[in-house]
Design a protein around this ligand. Structure first.
Ligand code: HEC
Ligand code: HEC
Ligand code: HEC
Length: 130
């Protein structure tokens, strides 16, 4: 089911990426989350509302508190270092693609190509330090 939905979405992404225009967020996450919107700043504040919204994505038996563990090392390489804990098999944290899409896509905080870049024949999410 998931795959059937994703294939047309991925094709749409390619169409959306077609016209060559200047990319305001070449490094994705860290280029949009800059200045007062830095992730290290946003994520330092406990956020119960965000935790409640993301609770359905948590691994079985995990109750999200909205208080993120300290991850100074991860802000040096976003999202690559985030994904070490937010893996598909994590027992403590929601898996990353679901988490990130749920935060940004339904609320129109970002478009597909703000994060996914066409690179060497593939769509990739670049990673970088803030
Ligand atoms: C085009 C801009 C844009 C891009 C690119 C983007 N985001 Fe966001 N993100 C937002 C906005 C807008 C919000 C809503 C909260 C705010 O900044 O006020 C948000 C919210 C978040 C939050 C919730 C923060 C909180 O505690 O309230 C996290 C975590 C997050 N983004 C991580 C990421 C990661 C990781 C990436 C890259 C994979 C990324 N974002 C790419 C715009 C963006
Ligand atoms: C050391 C492991 C670890 C790393 C690295 C990590 N996370 Fe998390 N993350 C967690 C855990 C554990 C939770 C559940 C926290 C809770 O709510 O009690 C979580 C929860 C979240 C949530 C849901 C809101 C919340 O606080 O519960 C968001 C959003 C999030 N992480 C984003 C990120 C981003 C973006 C990065 C990279 C900058 C990142 N995480 C790196 C372990 C990690
Ligand atoms: C805020 C950043 C962000 C936005 C916006 C975003 N994505 Fe993603 N997406 C990611 C990240 C991070 C991953 C995980 C890393 C990877 O797969 O390279 C991911 C993974 C994926 C995957 C692989 C799925 C999986 O479970 O591994 C697909 C397909 C995808 N995105 C499609 C989309 C489509 C279609 C849109 C627009 C409707 C979109 N994404 C918008 C950040 C984003």
């Amino acid at each position: 089911m998931k795959k059937i939905v994703l294939v047309p979405l991925v094709l749409l992404m390619f169409v959306a990426a077609a016209p060559p225009k200047k990319d305001a967020y070449p490094r994705a996450c860290v280029d949009c989350h800059a200045k007062e919107r830095k992730l290290s700043t946003l994520m330092a504040k406990p956020d119960a509302a965000l935790a409640a919204k993301l609770q359905p994505l948590a691994p079985k038996g995990v109750k999200l508190t909205g208080k993120h563990p300290a991850v100074a090392f991860a802000f040096k390489d976003v999202p690559a270092k985030c994904m070490t804990c937010h893996s598909a098999t994590s027992k403590t944290a929601p898996q990353f693609p679901l988490l990130i899409h749920t935060i940004h896509v339904p609320d129109a905080h970002a478009e597909c190509t703000n994060c996914h870049k066409f690179d060497g024949g593939e769509m990739r999410v670049p990673s970088g330090g803030e």
